[in-house]
Design a protein around this ligand. Sequence first.
Ligand SMILES: C[S@@+](CC[C@H](N)C(=O)[O-])C[C@H]1O[C@@H](n2cnc3c(N)ncnc32)[C@H](O)[C@@H]1O
Length: 257
Amino acid sequence: MSWNPEQYLIFSDHRLRPALDLLSQVPLAAPAVIYDLGCGTGNVTALLSKRWGEAIVTGLDTSDEMLDKARQDHPSLEWKEGAIEDFSPASKGNLIFSNAALHWLDNHEVIFPKLLSELRPGGVLAIQMPNNFNAPSHQTLYMLAQSEKWLDKLGHLVRPAPVHNINWYYDLLSPLVSKLNIWETSYFQVLQGKNAVLEWTRGTALRPFLSELEGDDIADFEEEYANLLVEAYPQKKDGSTLYPFSRLFVVAEVSDE
Ligand SMILES: C[S@@+](CC[C@H](N)C(=O)[O-])C[C@H]1O[C@@H](n2cnc3c(N)ncnc32)[C@H](O)[C@@H]1O
């Protein structure tokens, strides 16, 4: 699947807020080695570097498009192409940070413990994941992809919700860490513009579906989806659209021994 940095950054203010909320909970004074996994365009990576100016900060992502933008906007930082599931750095991290990326991966029962094992003693794993899979924005997308018309081309892209509940993460991680801070927030987002929720998902959830289609199918599928979204998220008289969005956060600290 290809990413479009410009599309993703249209709502950069709303997308940045949870990253800042996550950052505010990282209990480290001076981490020397920091990794930002699924760094995207690197704007959050740059904030990590700004907060801990002495640290060696590396952003890792699979997307050439996102990494090109990151390199262009933040040439002084380290950027690496690579997959989170293969992350095995030569130098272990004091902080492994990942904002809005791990929900693209399944098998969290394997990946989360693996990431903890890549930390130095006293290190912190800080994760934020969208947890909006039951919202109309996502359910209408999955329903449409599984409808008779689109099933053959898109049905295989509908996967079980990748993010589990808070209890699940607590049970998985608490035996492995010395401190665990898990919480969920629903952001009551007020978006501007015509069919704003479509514009939002064009930057994220809709991408794999459109990437799978060719020719007229692309506009056709998008139009059908857009019509469903307008019903689910009607535009207010003042032009704004309310789009509640849930996110799950984990800050896990490993023992310093
Ligand atoms: C929604 S963007 C978030 C970008 C950035 N963390 C931010 O907060 O702005 C998700 C990013 O995760 C990356 N990604 C998805 N799956 C990945 C994987 N398996 N390994 C590495 N990066 C991945 C995508 O390429 C994309 O840049």
